[in-house]
Design a protein around this ligand. Structure first.
Ligand code: DC
Length: 229
């Protein structure tokens, strides 16, 4: 069957990565979490005290950053490696979450990440999730999905996820972080989060995971069917 590119964009905590991972598993496609790349770059900047308001410092720092997704035999997922170190857990922490939208808004950072993302999609057979995947990274993708969900439901989901790792976290903190990230992501100058004109909207507020997957698998079949062999 002909392989396609599937892009999944949307606000924070809509369940993009869950859907993308499930789809990639079903289709035997590669799954790329583009947000992990922005998180790893942010972690590097924090660790190396890079002043990211200074373009020269950003450019120099990017030269020293090597990102790689490495399959983890135990979890069956890919872990984010930053300069050969597994940073998968560290990049999910609040310290990184609080700064990542600022870093992801920097032009040089985006150019650096987007070039690598486009390279990964050369062979097709990929599901990538993020904010600008259908608009900037793969504007010619065969299937584009734009995910949304009720903000209260998104806060609840993110809270549950973070609470497991850090029981000190409050729902208010999660809500504020989510609102701030959504605001910065949607209002930044370079590649703001927006729906591609040809993207299909998926509002999963009232859908179970199974219902969602079935619906999207139908969209995949439709998108594959219109490809010339
Ligand atoms: O999907 P996530 O929450 O892990 O993304 C982390 C941050 O990175 C988020 O605030 C927006 C940014 N991001 C982006 O600007 N472009 C992408 N393609 C993916 C993520």
């Amino acid at each position: 069957m002909k392989k396609i590119i599937i892009t999944i964009d949307g606000y924070s905590s809509c369940g993009k990565s869950t859907l993308a991972r499930q789809l990639a598993g079903e289709l035997d496609y590669l799954y790329i979490d583009s947000g992990a790349m922005y998180r790893a770059i942010t972690l590097y900047f924090i660790q190396h005290r890079v002043d990211w308001t200074d373009h020269i410092q950003v450019k120099n720092a990017l030269r020293d950053i090597q990102l790689e997704f490495v399959p983890n035999q135990i979890t069956g997922r890919s872990d984010m490696y930053l300069n050969e170190e597994n940073v998968e857990l560290m990049i999910r922490e609040m310290l990184v979450a609080e700064k990542v939208s600022e870093v992801a808004a920097i032009r040089e950072v985006r150019e650096f990440a987007v070039a690598q993302q486009q390279q990964m999609g050369k062979q097709k057979g990929i599901v990538m999730d993020g904010r600008d995947i259908g608009t900037v990274v793969f504007p010619h993708a065969e299937l584009k999905i734009f995910m949304t969900a009720d903000p209260a439901i998104r806060v609840e989901r993110r809270f549950k996820e973070l609470y497991e790792k850090n029981p000190n976290i409050t729902i208010q903190e999660v809500k504020e972080n989510l609102e701030l990230r959504d605001y910065i992501d949607a209002n930044r100058e370079v590649s703001p989060l927006r729906k591609a004109d040809d993207a299909i909207i998926l509002d999963n507020s009232q859908l179970t995971m199974d219902e969602q997957l079935e619906l999207v698998k139908q969209w995949v079949d439709d998108a594959v069917a219109v490809q010339t062999p």
